[in-house]
Design a protein around this ligand. Structure first.
Ligand code: MLT
Ligand code: MN
Ligand code: ZN
Length: 300
Protein backbone atom coordinates (compact mmCIF):
# COMPACT_ATOMS: atom_id res chain seq x y z
CA UNK A 1 0.00 0.00 0.00
CA UNK A 2 1.25 3.47 -0.85
CA UNK A 3 0.17 6.17 1.61
CA UNK A 4 0.28 9.81 0.60
CA UNK A 5 -0.25 12.97 2.64
CA UNK A 6 -0.46 16.27 0.78
CA UNK A 7 1.39 18.53 3.21
CA UNK A 8 1.08 21.68 1.13
CA UNK A 9 -0.58 22.64 -2.12
CA UNK A 10 0.52 26.19 -2.95
CA UNK A 11 3.24 27.55 -5.21
CA UNK A 12 6.08 29.75 -3.94
CA UNK A 13 4.73 32.37 -1.51
CA UNK A 14 1.75 30.30 -0.37
CA UNK A 15 -1.81 31.59 0.02
CA UNK A 16 -1.94 34.33 1.16
CA UNK A 17 1.50 35.54 0.09
CA UNK A 18 3.05 38.03 2.52
CA UNK A 19 3.17 40.95 0.06
CA UNK A 20 0.14 40.19 -2.11
CA UNK A 21 -3.18 41.99 -2.15
CA UNK A 22 -4.72 40.04 -5.03
CA UNK A 23 -8.35 38.90 -4.75
CA UNK A 24 -7.40 35.37 -3.64
CA UNK A 25 -4.89 36.54 -1.03
CA UNK A 26 -7.32 39.11 0.37
CA UNK A 27 -10.09 36.51 0.55
CA UNK A 28 -7.73 34.04 2.28
CA UNK A 29 -6.93 36.66 4.96
CA UNK A 30 -10.47 37.91 5.41
CA UNK A 31 -13.38 35.54 5.81
CA UNK A 32 -12.15 32.68 3.63
CA UNK A 33 -9.45 31.06 5.72
CA UNK A 34 -10.22 27.79 3.94
CA UNK A 35 -8.30 29.27 0.99
CA UNK A 36 -5.11 29.46 3.05
CA UNK A 37 -2.51 27.01 1.76
CA UNK A 38 1.10 26.18 2.53
CA UNK A 39 3.83 25.65 -0.06
CA UNK A 40 3.81 22.40 -2.01
CA UNK A 41 5.13 19.14 -0.60
CA UNK A 42 3.85 15.61 -0.21
CA UNK A 43 4.82 12.79 2.17
CA UNK A 44 4.83 9.15 1.01
CA UNK A 45 5.15 5.87 2.90
CA UNK A 46 4.99 2.16 2.20
CA UNK A 47 4.43 1.21 5.86
CA UNK A 48 2.82 4.28 7.48
CA UNK A 49 5.66 4.25 10.01
CA UNK A 50 8.47 5.75 7.91
CA UNK A 51 7.80 8.67 5.61
CA UNK A 52 9.71 10.39 2.81
CA UNK A 53 9.04 14.02 1.99
CA UNK A 54 8.98 15.06 -1.63
CA UNK A 55 10.50 18.53 -1.22
CA UNK A 56 10.89 20.44 2.02
CA UNK A 57 8.80 23.58 1.88
CA UNK A 58 9.47 26.76 3.88
CA UNK A 59 6.22 25.89 5.70
CA UNK A 60 7.46 22.46 6.78
CA UNK A 61 7.42 23.20 10.49
CA UNK A 62 3.73 24.17 10.35
CA UNK A 63 2.96 21.18 8.09
CA UNK A 64 4.58 18.76 10.54
CA UNK A 65 2.73 20.23 13.50
CA UNK A 66 -0.55 19.75 11.64
CA UNK A 67 0.19 16.14 10.59
CA UNK A 68 -0.04 13.53 13.42
CA UNK A 69 1.52 10.79 11.25
CA UNK A 70 4.73 12.83 11.23
CA UNK A 71 4.92 13.53 14.96
CA UNK A 72 7.76 12.05 17.08
CA UNK A 73 7.01 8.76 18.85
CA UNK A 74 9.77 9.09 21.46
CA UNK A 75 11.69 11.78 23.31
CA UNK A 76 13.90 12.26 20.24
CA UNK A 77 12.43 10.68 17.09
CA UNK A 78 10.89 11.50 13.73
CA UNK A 79 8.95 9.31 11.29
CA UNK A 80 10.69 11.28 8.51
CA UNK A 81 13.25 8.91 6.98
CA UNK A 82 14.29 11.10 4.11
CA UNK A 83 13.68 14.04 1.80
CA UNK A 84 13.70 13.72 -1.99
CA UNK A 85 14.14 16.98 -3.89
CA UNK A 86 12.61 17.59 -7.31
CA UNK A 87 14.32 20.96 -7.80
CA UNK A 88 16.36 23.59 -6.01
CA UNK A 89 13.78 26.38 -5.72
CA UNK A 90 13.38 28.18 -2.41
CA UNK A 91 9.96 26.58 -1.93
CA UNK A 92 11.45 23.07 -2.33
CA UNK A 93 14.60 23.26 -0.20
CA UNK A 94 14.34 25.77 2.62
CA UNK A 95 12.29 23.44 4.84
CA UNK A 96 15.52 21.46 5.20
CA UNK A 97 16.64 24.16 7.65
CA UNK A 98 13.70 23.21 9.88
CA UNK A 99 15.01 19.63 10.00
CA UNK A 100 18.17 20.55 11.92
CA UNK A 101 18.45 19.57 15.63
CA UNK A 102 20.30 16.32 15.22
CA UNK A 103 17.99 13.64 13.83
CA UNK A 104 19.29 11.37 11.06
CA UNK A 105 17.60 11.21 7.67
CA UNK A 106 18.76 10.89 4.08
CA UNK A 107 18.61 13.62 1.48
CA UNK A 108 18.23 12.68 -2.19
CA UNK A 109 18.51 15.06 -5.13
CA UNK A 110 19.96 15.51 -8.59
CA UNK A 111 23.62 16.58 -8.52
CA UNK A 112 22.57 20.00 -9.90
CA UNK A 113 20.43 20.52 -6.80
CA UNK A 114 22.98 19.02 -4.41
CA UNK A 115 25.54 21.47 -5.86
CA UNK A 116 23.21 24.36 -4.96
CA UNK A 117 23.00 23.09 -1.38
CA UNK A 118 26.79 22.73 -1.26
CA UNK A 119 27.25 26.33 -2.47
CA UNK A 120 25.00 27.68 0.30
CA UNK A 121 26.82 27.00 3.55
CA UNK A 122 23.74 27.51 5.70
CA UNK A 123 22.73 23.95 4.71
CA UNK A 124 25.84 22.68 6.54
CA UNK A 125 23.60 22.89 9.59
CA UNK A 126 22.56 19.41 8.38
CA UNK A 127 25.77 17.57 9.18
CA UNK A 128 26.75 15.05 6.46
CA UNK A 129 27.41 12.33 9.05
CA UNK A 130 23.77 12.55 10.15
CA UNK A 131 22.15 13.68 6.90
CA UNK A 132 23.97 12.07 3.96
CA UNK A 133 23.27 13.62 0.55
CA UNK A 134 22.75 11.04 -2.18
CA UNK A 135 22.81 11.98 -5.88
CA UNK A 136 19.97 10.58 -7.97
CA UNK A 137 20.10 9.96 -11.69
CA UNK A 138 17.28 10.42 -14.18
CA UNK A 139 15.85 7.12 -15.40
CA UNK A 140 17.61 5.13 -12.66
CA UNK A 141 15.05 3.82 -10.17
CA UNK A 142 16.19 3.56 -6.55
CA UNK A 143 14.83 2.38 -3.25
CA UNK A 144 15.30 5.02 -0.57
CA UNK A 145 16.68 3.51 2.63
CA UNK A 146 15.66 4.08 6.22
CA UNK A 147 18.30 5.76 8.41
CA UNK A 148 19.30 2.34 9.84
CA UNK A 149 20.00 1.12 6.29
CA UNK A 150 16.95 -1.12 5.92
CA UNK A 151 14.82 -0.89 2.77
CA UNK A 152 11.82 1.47 2.78
CA UNK A 153 9.61 -0.58 0.47
CA UNK A 154 9.36 2.37 -1.91
CA UNK A 155 10.71 2.67 -5.42
CA UNK A 156 11.42 6.10 -6.88
CA UNK A 157 12.06 6.62 -10.58
CA UNK A 158 13.33 10.15 -11.29
CA UNK A 159 12.88 11.49 -14.81
CA UNK A 160 13.70 14.76 -16.57
CA UNK A 161 10.94 17.35 -16.53
CA UNK A 162 11.24 20.41 -18.75
CA UNK A 163 12.10 23.25 -16.40
CA UNK A 164 14.80 25.69 -15.48
CA UNK A 165 17.47 26.55 -12.94
CA UNK A 166 16.22 27.83 -9.59
CA UNK A 167 15.10 31.46 -9.56
CA UNK A 168 17.89 32.55 -7.22
CA UNK A 169 20.61 31.33 -9.62
CA UNK A 170 18.90 32.26 -12.88
CA UNK A 171 21.39 35.03 -13.60
CA UNK A 172 24.45 32.85 -13.07
CA UNK A 173 23.37 29.41 -14.22
CA UNK A 174 22.23 28.12 -17.60
CA UNK A 175 19.28 25.75 -17.56
CA UNK A 176 20.24 22.09 -17.74
CA UNK A 177 18.58 18.73 -17.58
CA UNK A 178 18.25 17.81 -13.93
CA UNK A 179 17.19 21.24 -12.73
CA UNK A 180 13.65 19.86 -12.50
CA UNK A 181 12.72 16.22 -12.01
CA UNK A 182 9.48 14.32 -12.08
CA UNK A 183 9.11 11.14 -10.03
CA UNK A 184 7.25 7.88 -10.43
CA UNK A 185 6.78 6.70 -6.83
CA UNK A 186 5.69 3.10 -6.15
CA UNK A 187 5.07 0.77 -3.27
CA UNK A 188 7.34 -2.15 -4.21
CA UNK A 189 5.02 -4.76 -2.73
CA UNK A 190 1.82 -3.74 -4.50
CA UNK A 191 3.39 -1.88 -7.42
CA UNK A 192 0.77 0.85 -6.92
CA UNK A 193 2.16 4.23 -7.74
CA UNK A 194 1.81 7.88 -8.56
CA UNK A 195 3.48 10.44 -10.80
CA UNK A 196 4.75 13.65 -9.18
CA UNK A 197 5.37 16.70 -11.36
CA UNK A 198 5.11 19.85 -9.25
CA UNK A 199 6.94 21.80 -11.94
CA UNK A 200 6.71 20.97 -15.63
CA UNK A 201 7.03 23.43 -18.49
CA UNK A 202 5.89 21.13 -21.31
CA UNK A 203 4.71 17.60 -22.06
CA UNK A 204 7.64 15.86 -23.71
CA UNK A 205 7.17 12.34 -25.08
CA UNK A 206 9.02 11.05 -21.99
CA UNK A 207 6.79 12.94 -19.56
CA UNK A 208 3.73 11.72 -21.47
CA UNK A 209 4.94 8.12 -21.30
CA UNK A 210 5.25 8.30 -17.50
CA UNK A 211 1.82 9.91 -17.11
CA UNK A 212 0.01 7.51 -19.45
CA UNK A 213 -2.23 5.17 -17.50
CA UNK A 214 -1.11 6.52 -14.11
CA UNK A 215 -3.35 5.71 -11.18
CA UNK A 216 -2.66 9.13 -9.68
CA UNK A 217 -0.86 12.19 -11.00
CA UNK A 218 0.11 15.37 -9.18
CA UNK A 219 0.75 17.96 -11.88
CA UNK A 220 2.00 21.56 -11.99
CA UNK A 221 -0.99 23.83 -11.31
CA UNK A 222 0.89 27.10 -10.85
CA UNK A 223 -1.19 29.27 -13.19
CA UNK A 224 -4.50 28.90 -14.97
CA UNK A 225 -3.39 30.91 -18.01
CA UNK A 226 0.17 31.49 -19.14
CA UNK A 227 -0.07 35.32 -18.99
CA UNK A 228 -2.08 35.42 -15.75
CA UNK A 229 0.51 37.24 -13.63
CA UNK A 230 1.17 39.81 -16.37
CA UNK A 231 -2.55 40.54 -16.77
CA UNK A 232 -3.02 40.88 -13.01
CA UNK A 233 -0.05 43.27 -12.81
CA UNK A 234 1.82 40.89 -10.48
CA UNK A 235 4.84 40.04 -12.61
CA UNK A 236 6.35 40.57 -16.04
CA UNK A 237 6.84 36.83 -16.54
CA UNK A 238 4.74 34.22 -18.27
CA UNK A 239 4.29 30.78 -16.74
CA UNK A 240 6.49 29.34 -19.49
CA UNK A 241 9.26 31.76 -18.53
CA UNK A 242 8.97 30.48 -14.95
CA UNK A 243 9.11 26.83 -16.04
CA UNK A 244 5.43 26.16 -15.50
CA UNK A 245 2.78 24.93 -17.95
CA UNK A 246 -0.60 26.61 -17.39
CA UNK A 247 -3.63 24.55 -16.36
CA UNK A 248 -5.42 25.70 -19.52
CA UNK A 249 -2.72 23.96 -21.55
CA UNK A 250 -2.22 20.96 -19.24
CA UNK A 251 -5.91 19.99 -19.17
CA UNK A 252 -6.16 19.24 -22.90
CA UNK A 253 -2.61 17.89 -23.09
CA UNK A 254 -3.22 15.28 -20.40
CA UNK A 255 -6.73 14.43 -21.53
CA UNK A 256 -6.86 10.98 -23.09
CA UNK A 257 -3.79 9.64 -21.28
CA UNK A 258 -5.98 7.43 -19.11
CA UNK A 259 -4.87 8.96 -15.79
CA UNK A 260 -7.29 7.68 -13.16
CA UNK A 261 -6.93 10.57 -10.70
CA UNK A 262 -5.56 14.00 -11.59
CA UNK A 263 -4.65 16.53 -8.90
CA UNK A 264 -3.09 19.94 -9.44
CA UNK A 265 -0.28 20.86 -7.06
CA UNK A 266 1.91 23.97 -6.60
CA UNK A 267 -1.01 26.33 -7.23
CA UNK A 268 -0.11 30.01 -7.23
CA UNK A 269 -2.16 32.47 -5.23
CA UNK A 270 -2.97 34.34 -8.46
CA UNK A 271 -4.74 31.29 -9.91
CA UNK A 272 -8.50 31.93 -10.31
CA UNK A 273 -9.19 28.17 -10.12
CA UNK A 274 -8.49 28.40 -6.37
CA UNK A 275 -11.85 30.12 -5.90
CA UNK A 276 -14.74 27.64 -5.62
CA UNK A 277 -17.46 28.63 -8.09
CA UNK A 278 -15.16 30.54 -10.45
CA UNK A 279 -15.48 29.66 -14.16
CA UNK A 280 -11.87 28.44 -14.06
CA UNK A 281 -12.59 26.14 -11.09
CA UNK A 282 -15.60 24.77 -12.95
CA UNK A 283 -13.49 24.14 -16.05
CA UNK A 284 -10.88 22.30 -13.96
CA UNK A 285 -13.46 20.11 -12.24
CA UNK A 286 -15.44 19.41 -15.39
CA UNK A 287 -12.23 18.14 -16.96
CA UNK A 288 -11.87 15.68 -14.08
CA UNK A 289 -9.15 17.50 -12.15
CA UNK A 290 -9.02 18.14 -8.43
CA UNK A 291 -7.80 21.21 -6.53
CA UNK A 292 -6.51 19.74 -3.26
CA UNK A 293 -6.43 21.20 0.23
CA UNK A 294 -3.50 20.95 2.63
CA UNK A 295 -3.70 17.76 4.67
CA UNK A 296 -5.44 15.62 2.04
CA UNK A 297 -4.66 11.91 2.53
CA UNK A 298 -4.74 9.24 -0.20
CA UNK A 299 -3.91 5.55 -0.16
CA UNK A 300 -3.21 3.52 -3.28
C1 MLT B 1 8.79 28.54 -8.90
O1 MLT B 1 8.29 27.44 -8.73
O2 MLT B 1 8.69 29.13 -10.00
C2 MLT B 1 9.58 29.12 -7.78
O3 MLT B 1 9.14 28.62 -6.56
C3 MLT B 1 9.70 30.59 -7.80
C4 MLT B 1 10.06 31.19 -6.48
O4 MLT B 1 11.00 30.75 -5.82
O5 MLT B 1 9.36 32.13 -6.08
MN1 MN C 1 7.87 26.88 -6.80
ZN1 ZN D 1 -2.04 36.92 -4.19
Amino acid sequence: MLSIIVLGTAAGGGVPQWNCGCDNCRAARNGHRELQATQASIAVSADEAHWFLINASPDLRQQLTQTPALHPRALRHSPIAGVILSNGEVDAITGLLSLREGTAFTLYGHQRVLDLLAENSIFNVLKPALVPRIGITPDAAFEPLLPDGTPSGLEILPFIAPGKAALFVEDSSANEDGDTLGFVIRDRASSEGLVFLAACAAITPEVEAHLRGAKLAFFDGTLFTDDEMIRLGLSAKTGQRMGHMAMSAAIPALDGLGIARKIFLHINNSNPALLPGSPERQAVEQAGWQIPADGMEITL
